[in-house]
Ligand binder design. Structure first.
Ligand SMILES: [Zn+2]
Ligand SMILES: [Zn+2]
Length: 345
């Protein structure tokens, strides 16, 4: 039995190779001990895939099937796999597995586990008709969401949720978002529900993103280098660049928190960091924290919250075979909501 997949065979920049993924027929994976197999229906496209392709967080082995926001139905159970049944609709997020024994896993911070394995990097992901995952790392998908709607919740939503948690935003406090892609637009929707008295300020490079932010309820949207009209209590940065980090620190109020939600930063504007001005940007107990991965609890809490709101991601669909096009648009920041590959049907 074979399946269609989009396969990453070699690393390189998208400029040099605009078609990094190649269509391939691969053997359908067989679930091992404790694993299930999923018939993938949809898989979200994430900026982290660009980081993998371009070598900033390279897969340890090639070729590999990318994709860590997969939704589909369980179609086979490996020996000893429990907790789900054939036919159940589940999702797989960035967390493919963690050791379960180290101090981080025991403390509920399995996202920091030194043996953390990532879906679609350390194990085959959802840019394919089928994939396997440990049963304990598959998440039931609430009925209210279609496959395509559910996909971006698994990373963009879950990591946005974790960022918001780390930002410690109290209702009524101001929040800034630098960059307005898949994750930030979901954070804005979450804030409007959970912190209804908080006003959200968006910093984005493209006018289209700024218009989109205002449509979704941002009180102000400006360019990434603009000064915010008032100092902000917390800022979540979802850009791949350094300049927005420096700008964000400037825009924070005393004791403000900056949460950097990026697995890697691109090198090209790193010298922006030399413009950091200690008294203006860091003093007065400003805090900086990065977000690393997601724990299963983030994914499950976000899915529950999303069903309750209900949090409907704005999505843009591509067929699986057009994965390269989706990645190129993401790189060019042609963003309106979340890009999702429709794998089946
Ligand atoms: Zn992701
Ligand atoms: Zn661990």
């Amino acid at each position: 039995m074979t399946m269609r997949a989009m396969l990453l065979r070699a690393l390189g920049s998208l400029e040099e190779n605009p078609e990094p993924l190649v269509p391939a027929d691969l053997p359908v994976p067989v679930p091992r001990e404790g694993e299930i197999r999923i018939r993938v229906a949809a898989c979200g496209v994430c900026h982290t895939e660009l980081d993998e392709i371009e070598g900033r967080t390279p897969p340890p082995r090639l070729p590999i099937v990318l994709g860590h926001q997969a939704v589909g139905r369980v179609d086979a159970l490996g020996p000893g796999a429990g907790g789900v049944r054939e036919g159940d609709r589940v999702g797989v997020a960035w967390i493919f597995s963690a050791c379960g024994r180290c101090k981080y896993c025991r403390a509920g911070t399995e996202n920091l586990c030194p043996w953390f394995a990532a879906t679609g990097r350390d194990a085959g992901g959802g840019y394919a008709e089928a994939m396997t995952v440990p049963a304990a790392f598959a998440h039931p998908i609430p009925e209210v969401f279609s496959d395509v709607q559910a996909a971006p919740l698994l990373c963009a939503g879950a990591i946005g949720y974790r960022s918001l948690k780390l930002a410690g935003l109290k209702d009524g406090e101001t929040l800034g978002l630098t960059g307005f892609g898949a994750s930030a637009h979901l954070v804005l929707k979450m804030v409007r529900h959970r912190q209804p008295h908080s006003r959200v300020f968006v910093f984005a490079r493209s006018e289209a993103e700024r218009v989109f932010a205002r449509e979704l309820g941002a009180v102000w949207a400006g360019d990434s280098a603009e000064e915010s009209p008032e100092k902000l209590a917390a800022i979540i940065d979802t850009t791949p660049a350094w300049e927005p980090v420096v700008e964000a620190l400037k825009n924070l109020e005393r004791g403000g928190r900056l949460v950097v939600n990026a697995i890697r930063k691109e090198e090209r504007d790193k010298d922006a960091l030399l413009r950091l001005d200690y008294p203006r940007d860091l003093w007065m107990e400003k805090e900086i924290k990065s977000v690393a991965n997601v724990a299963r609890s983030d994914v499950r809490e976000l899915l529950a919250l999303a069903a309750e709101i209900p949090l409907q991601p704005e999505t843009q669909e591509f067929p699986l075979a057009a994965a390269n096009e989706a990645l190129r648009e993401l790189k060019a920041r042609k963003i309106r909501g979340a890009k999702v590959l429709r794998v089946e049907g």
